[in-house]
Design a protein around this ligand. Sequence first.
Ligand SMILES: Cc1ncc(COP(=O)(O)O)c(C=O)c1O
Length: 480
Amino acid sequence: MRSHLLNDATAEQYRRSVTEGVERVAARIATTDRPFTGVTVDALAPRIDGIDLDRPLHDTAAVLDELEDVYLRDAVYFHHPRYLAHLNCPVVIPAVLGEAVLSAVNSSLDTWDQSAGGTLIERKLIDWTCARIGLGPAADGVFTSGGTQSNLQALLLAREEAKTENLADLRVFASEVSHFSVKKSAKLLGLGPDAVVSVPVDHDKRMQTVALARELERCAKDGLVPMAVVATGGTTDFGSIDPLPEIAGLCEQYGVWMHVDAAYGCGLLASLKYRDRIDGIERADSVTVDYHKSFFQPVSSSAVLVRDAATLRHATYHAEYLNPRRMVQERIPNQVDKSLQTTRRFDALKLWMTLRVMGADGIGALFDEVCDLAAEAWKLLAADPRFDVVVEPSLSTLVFRHIPAAVTDPAEIDRANLYARKALFASGDAVVAGTKVAGRHYLKFTLLNPETTTADIAAVLDLIAGHAEQYLGDSLDRAS
Ligand SMILES: Cc1ncc(COP(=O)(O)O)c(C=O)c1O
């Protein structure tokens, strides 16, 4: 069994084994003609259930054959131009190479003595991101597993900086279309059930600053303590960007921590054309960025950045066996001092490889392409009487629904759109997402693939309309 351990004696086997796996994945990706096969849970589950994990195959090729059957053939492929659903990007090859390197070397980024250069590379990427944001000379941060964790950590710091011990008094202000991790974080941080104040949005799904000012005023009048305002730099559904400069002004006025959740919109930090859309982010106390959304990085790759490095001390604990306090005096850089995690992947390496091979402009140009594609798709949808489209995109999402010509009952329109989404998924021809707007069911395109064309968008819209009409036709038949 020792022959399976990766070491000096097995380096050749490692090369062969990984190459074999890479060949299979390359072959699969090269021949994927749809984003999904449409396989059902009922069809797939017995294939996986039928595998006895206590009876290994002892042969990599055989295991790869089996993997083809239980995973590779029926996976949902984000690289396909008709995968238009969630915030998943196609990944860039330098980052995939980084992924292979980081798992083979397997550094853990908690302490210097488990990573050495890895720690310094991560630190340099954090500094690079802080500089792109414009957070100032005292800024710092740390890589995390994703936007959810970044938001949690930012709100932990905000809670610790807030001027009260009484958790029940704390209030967090976020728009009604902010990410649900804000509410989840509030719960994890022990805040009260009413802690997150939902601030209404305007027609473009951006936080209404007049309403925010009113809520901050109310909070003060009620003797409560404003802990943080979470501004979203690219909402999950609409890609809308809250008015960051105005929100920053209010945060300064009321002495509140400003967190910008730029999990999605962080791609603008590299943009060659649209950087100004996220202006005001430099005034934040903390920022979430998800490189695994708009920097074309494989999951997972995210960071939380703060204006004042000293605030990261709220995540610091010392353990004799890992990061004893004396190491701070010795100036040994232990990233665990800043992180909620202990053992931690060297995800930063993927971004490093990306920046060293492609450069930030390369990433920014790809993100600009998807923003331009969304603008074109908006024109298509706005001109198409079969669809109602909600907001003109600031980033790369479109929320819309099919409005059948002869149907006025909103509940029937809901059912037709729900059916169309399901039918499309089952066909595997395309994958789109769904959401609700004002209580009604809508469909969503999240465009993160520069390979998607307006012809793809037009074709998918036709497919959606076809499925919806089919549902309505069948429903008429059922009624008659
Ligand atoms: C605005 C926003 N914030 C946070 C998150 C959570 O990020 P993750 O899924 O990486 O935890 C998302 C995910 O879609 C998001 O859109």
